[in-house]
Design a protein around this ligand. Structure first.
Ligand code: GLA
Length: 684
């Protein structure tokens, strides 16, 4: 068993807390904050996130007294601090004195001061200021007893289109191509439309509205550069902490599947994965898919450190003011959301924000303590109920959820798909397709790791790599080895189209994966929204049966060594293969050449789960809308059963369990009310 130590030995329980901004309030309010935090069982506060001007109101003049007091107050009241660097919000004096620190938009216009995350990653002045601030914070608070962890900046993301950034990009390209411009031209196929560069300095940043995205290899490299530049900025910011406080963990708040930063590049430099979860349930009718999407994002965060528990760093206690519609969470939903994070591997539930601000951008954003509201508001009571339950689940800390299934979602693949002009102009649905494959697994209570195509795949029974459009060096070899060793791999249409520079493979679509799938892809037919194509299953070893509908994408493929298990119907390429299975070594490579309706995907996944003996979290059936996970450590096995519906469900139990939140011993059945949560351990 591979269980982990608590993130900090100072607080070896599940963390409960969130962003705390005492600098917005008179000191007289602070003792009341501590009293309310006691009531909500808040044991950790994230402080200083946007506090630069409060810490350094004038260049070189620091005022730390207020922060000293807050740190002491937290500690004296039995709490701990996640202390942030304030680099997400440069102070106005700095923007005024050094305008070059400010970000330049894609329109090449430098932004004026007034927002946050508004700085230029490549500005040497800003980097120097950030490093200095990190140094003074590390020196002053590194050994404070309240300090749990450093929280670097806030939601690193976005790009700057400044001249400094362009020059850094050109240096990045020179490094990638070993200073050889001919190599760059060849890699990007720039002879097309006469795009050939004859000097490095001719290279512009691609991106609307002025930089067109006609050279797709350059666009993908720009996306890679932006991530690398952010990582480089982070390394500059984290250096003083690594040097002065080597034992204090470092995290930053990531943003799930946000496209502007490849989190895998950040992971080696982080001690703890932390992320901000703001599901917009109000955007769509609430259904399984909405909950599965959040679950999949938690699983991504758990997978980033290959199973190590992560932190839910921010979530809203009620609603977010930036949602298109600020729907409130119905009773029970907040509790379920918090418990869902823990069920999927989080060792915390934390919020933005503790106390609602009276002014500015987020004055309507949800907060634990509303304006002129103490402990009697509905939101406060919801939060306190989560705090009370987290306190009952201390044994879960460090527990893991081993997975036998992995889904590959890769940022570089996503960027390449996004830049491609065709086969349709609308969103090509990469994330959605990954979620389609995740959904039936979530419904069956099966743990899934969400990996990049660069990850080691050994040990999984099933790997699903939908739309693996870009195949980077080493990926085909790793997938082949995985299948040869006995793994089952499923891929779909739009796989293996381009290499790492976004050039179509010289041997055509499927490129280096042709042998693995035993298939050659000749061409892809894109369908209008109103069109469907039948996919007819014949007798097959998987035991799949029926006629399903394909839409949007149908590839015409030719098997070389693969067996055909389904064919197209009602289209001019009727009777041509639509799904194939290739046996390679001890394993199988399954190719699904068309985008099929979800009922096909569910049938395929369910059949593979049963064929491969993939173990669900629970030994009992789950009703529709109820999901389950298992976390395991040396203290036991914890089964989380989560009802994401507003109906009550009764589940027959095959053994006797103790339900940890109620303390009840259940031997026959479990009753789960609307949004109900149960955490079961089997009674000996
Ligand atoms: C993000 C930020 C917070 C806050 C919330 C609001 O996650 O990190 O500072 O703005 O959004 O939802």
């Amino acid at each position: 068993m591979n269980s982990y130590k608590p993130i900090s030995p100072k607080l070896p329980v599940l963390w409960h807390g969130g962003d705390y901004n005492p600098e917005q309030w008179p000191k007289a309010v602070w003792p009341e904050d501590m009293r309310l935090m006691d009531l909500a069982q808040v044991n950790v506060a994230t402080i200083g996130v946007f506090s630069w001007v409060s810490l350094e109101p004038e260049e070189g003049c620091y005022q730390f007294e207020w922060l000293d007091e807050v740190m002491d107050l937290l500690y004296q009241s039995g709490r701990f601090a996640v202390l942030a660097t304030p680099s997400a919000a440069p102070p106005a004096w700095m923007s005024q004195k050094y305008p070059e620190i400010l970000r330049v938009g894609p329109d090449r216009v430098r932004r004026l001061h007034g927002n946050r995350v508004n700085f230029d990653w490549s500005s040497p002045v800003y980097r120097e200021k950030v490093r200095k601030m990190a140094t003074v914070l590390a020196e002053r608070y590194g050994s404070h007893p309240a300090l749990l962890m450093w929280h670097l900046s806030n939601e690193y993301g976005g790009a700057s289109y400044s001249e400094a950034s362009r020059q850094a990009f050109v240096r990045w390209l020179q490094n990638k191509f070993g200073g050889d411009l001919d190599k760059l031209n060849a890699a990007y196929w720039t002879s097309f439309w006469g795009h050939t560069f004859t000097e490095w300095d001719q290279i512009e940043i691609p991106g609307q509205p002025y930089g067109e995205t006609a050279i797709h290899g350059l666009s993908v490299d720009w996306d890679r550069f932006v991530t690398d530049e952010i990582v480089d900025f982070f390394l500059n910011e984290s250096e003083p902490f690594r040097r002065i406080t080597p034992d204090v963990p470092i995290a930053t708040n990531l943003m799930g599947f946000y496209g502007g930063l490849d989190p895998w590049k950040m992971v080696p430099h982080l001690d703890v994965i932390a992320w901000d979860s703001y599901p917009q349930f109000s955007l769509e009718p609430m259904n399984d898919r909405s909950w599965a999407k959040v679950a999949m994002t938690h699983d991504l965060n758990r997978s980033l450190k290959r199973g190590k528990p992560f932190l839910l760093m921010e979530s809203t206690p009620s609603s977010s003011n930036w949602y298109p519609v600020m729907s409130l969470k119905p009773p029970g939903m907040h509790h379920l959301e918090g418990m869902q994070a823990v069920a999927h591997g989080s060792d915390s539930v934390m919020y933005f924000q503790w106390r609602q601000s009276r002014g500015c951008q987020e004055k309507f954003h949800g907060a634990v303590v509303g304006i002129n509201q103490g402990e009697y508001s509905r939101v406060f009571r919801d939060v306190a109920s989560v705090g009370a339950d987290l306190a009952l689940l201390g044994d879960v800390v460090g527990a893991v959820s081993p997975s036998q299934v992995a889904i590959i979602y890769d940022w570089e693949v996503a960027w390449a798909i996004e830049h491609a002009c065709g086969p349709v102009q609308k969103d090509k649905g990469y994330f959605t397709t990954c979620l389609d494959h995740y959904l039936p697994l979530w419904e069956s209570g099966i743990s899934v790791d969400v990996l990049s195509s660069d990850c080691d795949l050994s040990g999984y029974k099933l790997v699903i790599a939908p739309m693996l459009y870009m195949v980077k060096p080493g990926v085909a070899e790793r997938l082949t080895q995985y299948v040869q060793d006995g793994g089952t791999l499923v891929s779909t249409y739009l796989t293996g189209y381009v290499d790492e520079n976004d050039l179509i493979f010289g041997n055509g679509f499927l490129g280096p994966l042709r042998e693995l799938f035993g298939v050659e892809t000749e061409e892809i037919d894109a369908k209008f929204d109103s069109e469907t194509v039948d996919v007819v299953l014949g007798y097959n070893e998987l035991g799949l049966d029926g006629i399903f509908q394909a839409h949007t994408f149908c590839e015409r493929i030719h098997p070389t060594t693969a067996d055909v298990i389904a064919q197209y119907g009602n289209v001019w390429y009727a009777f041509e293969p639509a799904i194939t299975v290739n046996s390679v070594g001890e394993g199988k490579a399954i190719y699904v050449a068309s985008r099929n309706d979800p009922d096909f995907t569910a049938a395929l996944i369910r059949c593979l789960v049963s064929k491969l003996d993939i173990e669900p979290a629970t030994p009992f059936q789950l009703p529709e809308g109820v999901s389950a996970t298992k976390r395991v450590n040396d203290k036991g096995e914890f089964l989380f059963v989560l009802n994401s519906t507003q109906d009550t469900h009764w589940i027959a139990l095959p053994a006797t369990y103790t339900e940890l939140l109620s303390g009840d011993v259940l031997s026959e059945s479990l009753e789960l009310g609307p949004f109900g949560v149960a955490v079961l351990t089997e009674t000996a």
